[in-house]
Design a protein around this ligand. Structure first.
Ligand code: BEZ
Ligand code: FE
Length: 301
């Protein structure tokens, strides 16, 4: 960049200060803080990159395209936030590390309210294609005390890398919920998670291609765990050894959520006597919930 004159610098900084000052009368202190910080960071970006007018127009066109493809079923703005790591950073800020509580990760766009109750040992796959996978573990608090009656929501893509809602028919598969028993234990059948791309046929996909990034998510199973008095946990289980653990397109992988998948040969008896035709797998994943009080700003984090 060529040397900038004092006059030019003065014009640029004066503009930042004028915009910040324009928000001085904002009645709500938090809103004031947010718009002032947004102004400072946005102008810092413009000034650091020396954004051209053509680039400014391209950015406007990009955001317009993000808006146009967004509707009740597709949220391209959240996807943009996801691939920029903004979703994961917000989750990190708001789910403070608390003792050994299980870490949170992205929610993703494929959760659906009203999943079927499958019961303990039930089958979440519901006909989804894939290798049967037995998942079991406990839900405890940070003192190791079992949490009975915790609600576990489970959702996942099938072996073709698609969620039920992506088929455009009315199928319900790869999702369900159950509750822990009186010792905080849970178990269910699912399908072994496989990798799949995030929706990449829109502007966010273009951004990934233009920057040489992959749209693939590391294989995972989604879990949401809710219990009275505890912080709701939205997380994933990631199979160890997956090819995309280091390049997950939405930065959702946490080392503590990576688990061994124990492959079983077809003749190995299943834990509940279920007859499976081919190979199957099992995963163990113990979940630790933080107290509800462990919110941002509270002690213990
Ligand atoms: C998913 O886990 O399915 C997902 C998460 C973030 C963006 C897109 C998909
Ligand atoms: Fe997912």
């Amino acid at each position: 960049m060529s040397e900038m004159s004092a006059e030019q610098q003065e014009r640029e900084t004066a503009l930042v200060e004028r915009v910040v000052a324009s928000f001085a009368g904002t009645p709500d202190a938090r809103t004031k803080n947010l718009v002032e910080a947004l102004t400072r960071h946005l102008h810092a970006f413009l000034r650091e990159t020396r954004l051209t007018e053509a680039e400014w127009r391209q950015a406007v066109e990009f955001l317009t395209a993000v808006g146009h493809i967004t509707d009740d079923r597709r949220q391209e703005f959240i996807l943009l936030s996801d691939v920029l790591g903004a979703s994961m950073q917000t989750i990190t800020i708001n789910n403070r590390a608390y003792a050994d509580a299980t870490e949170a990760t992205v929610f993703g766009p494929f959760f659906v309210e009203g999943s079927p109750e499958v019961g303990l040992g039930g089958d979440v796959a519901g006909g989804a294609r894939g290798e049967p996978c037995w998942v079991e573990g406990t839900v405890t608090d940070t003192d190791g005390k079992p949490v009975p009656g915790a609600r576990l929501e489970v959702w996942e893509a099938d072996a073709d890398g698609r969620y039920d809602v992506q088929y455009g028919d009315d199928r319900v598969a790869g999702r369900g919920h159950l509750h822990t028993d009186d010792q905080g234990r849970y178990r269910f059948w699912a399908v072994t998670p496989t990798p799949y791309p995030i929706p990449d046929d829109g502007p966010v996909g273009e951004l990934l291609r233009a920057t040489g990034r992959s749209s693939m998510r590391a294989s995972h199973l989604h879990l949401m765990v809710q219990a009275e008095g505890y912080r709701t946990l939205v997380t994933h289980v990631f199979p160890r050894g997956d090819a995309y653990l280091d390049s997950d397109s939405v930065f959702g992988v946490r080392e503590s959520l990576v688990v061994d998948v124990h492959q079983q040969i077809p003749t190995t008896p299943t834990p509940d006597g279920r007859q499976v035709a081919g190979p199957w797998a099992r995963i163990g994943f113990d979940i630790v919930l933080a107290p509800a009080a462990a919110q941002p700003g509270s002690a213990g984090g």
